[in-house]
Design a protein around this ligand. Structure first.
Ligand code: ACO
Length: 329
């Protein structure tokens, strides 16, 4: 008798973790004012929709946040960590150059043996990681995966640059993705265009025992904005075609939580009412690879997204990279 690989993957549980207390725009503005940097609650809200973000304390590294989110996802999926056979962490702020944050999370979970690696696609990282995990489950290479997006972006922010430091926050989100006889993930698509590598980057690296180049985040905000809305619409439509669905079938749209104006722009292009948008950017800021799984977990735990509903996840980030996943929860 030949063994047939399981045909589908499905999310079995979600988890999310935000470190510390929220840092409001007012509190951040006061902190920046001490260094002579001027900003305001009203500017940040009007341009981005962000009201607060969380920053990890100095002792916490990416894997600490990832671990908390992973534990909650395992609990929600009623799943023991020993049954996980794949761990993928999407992050641009890993604990160290190597080993991967995924290996460190595996160790902190007290398990061993399963495949573990990181994915680096900046804000699209979770969509990339979920697509890889889905592919591995559908080909039989794994049967139960922990897919995590985790970031400590505060470590690479330039707090003397008001055009970027007000946008980002720290956090982690996770899902347990497992093989299933019925479809969870319906279709997905990933893209990148390295010609735009310099519009959003952290160009520094380590060489000869020293930091070489600038290790803080740089962004051409208006350039990212212009690209983001177009690629997000294109990829969402393409994934709908692949899944033989239409935009009317989407119950919830979870875009990468970068900026409320990009999210509204994408929803408008897809002719989706704003009520179908899951929005956490106000409380979380932009947590890069963590933003989508954090928003998903928040909506699931609030009972907003229910089992069986159809959800579109979509993201754009440094690289530039972009992608989307359509799934039935
Ligand atoms: N507080 C007060 N004033 C500010 C601040 C601030 N924090 N930041 C910039 N300004 C000023 C600028 O100096 C400029 O002043 P000037 O007109 O006197 O020169 C003015 O505000 C307008 O600056 P712009 O950069 O043109 O502002 P814009 O309307 O483009 O908004 C923003 C900037 C929010 C970054 C916008 O470009 C944007 O949303 N871009 C998308 C990029 C994004 O969200 N990136 C997140 C990471 S990428 C990702 O996750 C996909």
């Amino acid at each position: 008798m030949s063994l047939k690989p399981p045909p589908y993957s499905r999310i079995a549980g979600t988890g999310g973790f935000l470190p510390g207390d929220p840092v409001t725009n007012e509190a951040l503005a006061m902190r920046l004012a001490r260094s002579g940097i001027e900003t305001s609650d009203s500017w940040i809200i009007e341009r981005t929709g962000i009201k607060a973000r969380h920053f990890a304390n100095d002792n916490d590294v990416c894997s600490d946040l990832a671990l908390q989110a992973a534990k909650l996802a395992l609990q929600a999926a009623d799943c023991d960590a020993t049954t996980i056979d794949l761990i993928i962490v999407a992050t641009s702020t890993p604990d160290m150059i190597f080993p991967s944050t995924a290996c460190i999370v595996q160790q902190k979970l007290g398990v061993r043996g399963c495949a573990a690696f990181d994915v680096q696609a900046v804000c699209s990282g979770f969509v990339y990681a979920l697509t890889i995990a889905d592919s591995m489950i559908r080909t039989g290479a794994a049967s139960k995966a922990l897919v995590i997006g985790a970031e400590v972006f505060s470590r690479i922010l330039d707090f003397s640059d008001r055009t970027t430091c007000v946008l980002f926050g720290d956090g982690a989100g996770a899902v347990v993705l497992q093989s299933s006889d019925t479809p969870g993930i319906l279709a997905s698509e990933l893209h990148a265009d390295g010609r735009y590598a310099n519009i959003l980057c952290t160009p520094g690296t380590v060489s000869g025992g020293k930091i070489l180049g600038d290790p803080l985040l740089k962004m051409d905000g208006p350039a990212v904005f212009r690209l983001a809305v177009n690629v997000l619409e294109e990829v969402a439509r393409s994934v709908l075609v692949k899944a033989e669905r239409t935009a009317a079938d989407i119950d919830w749209l979870i875009p990468h939580q970068a900026n409320i104006r990009i999210m509204h722009g994408t929803a408008k292009k897809l002719k989706l009412p704003f009520e179908k948008l899951i929005v956490t950017v106000a409380e979380h800021g932009n947590t890069s690879a963590a933003s989508i799984p954090l928003a998903l977990d928040d909506a699931v735990r609030r009972g907003k997204i229910r089992p069986g509903e159809t959800v579109m996840l979509e993201a754009v980030g440094g690289g530039i990279t972009w992608g989307a996943v359509l799934l039935d929860l």
